[in-house]
Structure formats: C-alpha cells, structure tokens
Ligand binder design. Sequence first.
Ligand code: NDP
Length: 454
Amino acid sequence: MTLIATKYLSDLIVQAESKNKNEPEFIQALKEVLSTLEPVIKEHESEYKSLALLERLIEPERIVSFRVPWVDDKGQVQVNRGFRVQFNGSIGPYKGGLRFHPSVNQSIMKFLAFEQIFKNALTGLPIGGGKGGSDFNPKGKSDMEIMKFCQSFMNELQKHIGQDVDVPAGDIGVGGREIGYLFGQFRRIRNAYEAGVLTGKGLEYGGSLARKEATGYGLMYFMREMLKASNIGLEGKTVIISGSGNVAIYACEKAQMMGAKVVGMSDSSGCIYDSDGIKLDVIKEIKEVRRGRIKEYLDVVQGAKYFENTSGTPRIYEIKADIVLPCATQNDINIETAKLLVNNGVIAVGEGANMPCTNEAVEYLIQNNVLLAPGKAANAGGVATSALEMSQNSIRDFWTFDVVDKKLEAIMVNIFNQCQREVNEYNLGINYLAGANIAAFKKISNAMIAQGII
Ligand code: NDP
C-alpha cells in the first residue's frame, strides 16, 4: 500500500487494525479508501481531527446480527446467521444489497457496507450506505427451502428496515426470486404495501425496468467513458469476464452491443473460452433459467473450451484479452494475477464486483498504465437504478426501459466526470480509484459536518 505520511491517517489505521482484529476484508477496504484520501485530509487535518470525522466515518452507525432458524425439506431444523450493517445514513436512508453465501461474516458485511457509502454518494442520489446478508448457501436448495429461509430472515430484518430507514436489495445469491419471497413476508407482517422497502422487485409488483441490467450496463457506460478519455474505442476489443451471474451477464450484453467481443466467462468451478465470441443466450439459459454450471455451455456450443479451476489464479485470467471485467467476488485478482494481466497486454480492468482486486493488485495495475475502473464508481449503476426504482414507487409511476436506461447512462457519465475532475485537481494521473474516493468523501464529509457530532 502507498506510504501514508499524514499522522492522523496512519494513527487511525493502526487503531482500526487493533479494534477490528478479525476483520481482514474490512481493514483492506479501509486502507484502500483512506490511503487515497490523503491529499484532501492534509488540507483539513486539524478540522477533521477536532471533529473526529474519520473515526466516526469508519465506525458503523449500527450492526444487527441475528439468528435465522428454518426447517429444510427433510424436516430438519437449520440455523444460519443474519446481518444488517447500517454504516452511514448522512446522505439518505441506508441502501445496499443482501448477500447469501457461505463465506458471509461480519468482516465481509462491513467491507461491503463501507464501500457502499462511497458508491452511493457518487450516484448523486439521496442514499446512505448499508449491506446485509447471511451465511446461508442457496446452492442446491429447493424453492421451498429458499422461501422458508427468506421468510425467517425477514421476520427479524423487518424490525430494522423501511422505505425511509433502510432499503435492502440483491447481491450474490439474492436475485429476483429471493427478493420476491422477502417482500411477500415483509408485506404480510406489516399489512401495508410499502413498495420502496426493497429494490430489485419483479416488474409486476413495483420493480423497475432496466434494474436487472443496470449494474452490468452501467459498468460498460463507465468503461466507455474511461477509454474515451484516453482516446480508445471499444469496437473490436476482446473482453473476458469473471463470473456469470447478474452483473457478468449484463456487462457481457452491453459489451457486445458496444461492438466488443467477449471471449471468456466463468463461474466458481471454471471458465469457458469461445474464440468466436460468447453466445449470451446460451449463458442466460444455463444461469438464469436452469441455474446450472458454466461448463454446460460446451453441450450446446461446438468448439468452445472449458478450463476447470484448481487452487490459485482463476483460469479465466489466463485467457488473453484487451479488457478484463471481474464480476464475481472480492479479491479475485491478486498481485500474481495482476502481473499475468499486464504480461498479457491488458488495456483496462473494469471492476463489476466489489473489491475484486487486492490493494497490491490495484497499485500494480495502475503503475503499469492499465486503466482501472474502480468498483465503487463503475458498478454503481445497480444501486443508482435501485434509487430510481424507489423514486417510481414513491410517485406511483412506472417508467419505460428507455427512460430508465437513459437516466442510468447519464448517472454513469456523471460519475466518471466526478472521478476525472478529482484526478485533474490532485494530479492523480490515471488513478480513478483515488478520484472516486475523493469525490465521494467530499460529499459525505460535508453532510456529516453539517449534521453535527452524531
Ligand atoms: P450472482 O450471485 O448473480 O453471481 C455471482 C457470480 O460470481 C457467479 O457466477 C458465481 O459463481 C461467482 N462467484 C461468487 N462467489 C464466488 C467465489 N467465492 N469464488 C468464485 N466465484 C464466485 O451475483 P452478482 O452478479 O449480483 O454479484 C457479483 C459481484 O458484483 C459481487 O461482488 C457483488 O457484490 C457485485 N455487485 C452486484 C450488484 C448487483 O446489482 N447485483 C451491484 C454492485 C456490485 P457460482 O455460481 O459458481 O458461485
């Protein structure tokens, strides 16, 4: 990590490390953000210190952790752990997804909620930062089991959320099906149609057109702007995408619409390579309809190849491409993978996932002139469109796909412009990560200062 010279900042990191000893992902996210804020902190050090601004910024306003008991199809009682981290509500109601994955713990929840504060500020919309989820593993569960789990999870979560309080959405393992079951249970308990309490809803009951596509499309709008600033076009560029979930699928769709050629996609088991370009309808059928494995692509497309993951670098990153879109999970790209990408001549990396690159990988990529679209800016299209869903719910309206998509595109262009402005102001070269963190921090810190010591 870049050396931090400002004492207030370096002391803060030491304190945070000792206070949050078992939370490596959270500490990683803190270090990434704080190290890039140094030019701004230096300008206001004594004011921020006297207000304990950063100490307050890195401490969640509230964390709820709860038991989620449910009965499986065999009649056996299962117990999972649920979380909701309400990190910072200075700009608006807490907003951020729910993740259902066996790896979920407090560290991962806090890192995601912390990142979300900055991401949400960049959208320019009135939403604070939060995140939640459970260590529940949806893989291999029947529909009935998923429903029973979601209902039990909501029995507790409903005490802590509301359209003006905290508005959850989907994330890994939580898609339209889960949001439906969660919303149903919320409505049943409250006996009121409070549509804006969850986003990512089905179109029949308060959802927004283009929400499903928003994160992936938004990533490509940001990528287009970032490349344009360096006089590079997308037409004809080769692309690889890690993951084949919601973000990956719609990043692929928009990349193809923009004239790029996606040659590889993956899931946690391995990756496929199709030199003729990925047939996205096949991927959608496997992942969105059958909930199958990516290797089933070979059953349909002749000539494609499959590479199984072993330990170490996910095999997808061995495929040469101009543009790399990590859209699976955190820490997918470590320093070794970053070196491999640079050796392979990659031009740009677009973080569709949250924190998919380790801090060392980010630094190495930027130092080697790889254009890096940082997740908290580049994947903000999802939450921005969730906020547009909330707007439609509040005014009881339903906008066309085109209206929402145009608003999304304008938001992503604006996010890129904010990053570029800070990069120019502080002479940050191509460090759009620092640009994004600074732009978001200015807004959050002003709101926090205006609202007093709370
Ligand atoms: P999905 O559950 O739809 O898809 C996740 C994909 O990533 C799957 O292909 C999955 O493979 C793979 N994956 C998940 N965990 C791991 C792991 N530990 N190791 C390897 N591969 C893994 O999730 P989303 O597409 O919604 O989310 C992907 C990323 O994007 C996450 O980081 C999320 O936080 C971020 N994000 C999502 C937004 C959204 O709107 N959905 C908004 C902004 C960010 P497999 O099926 O084999 O597990």
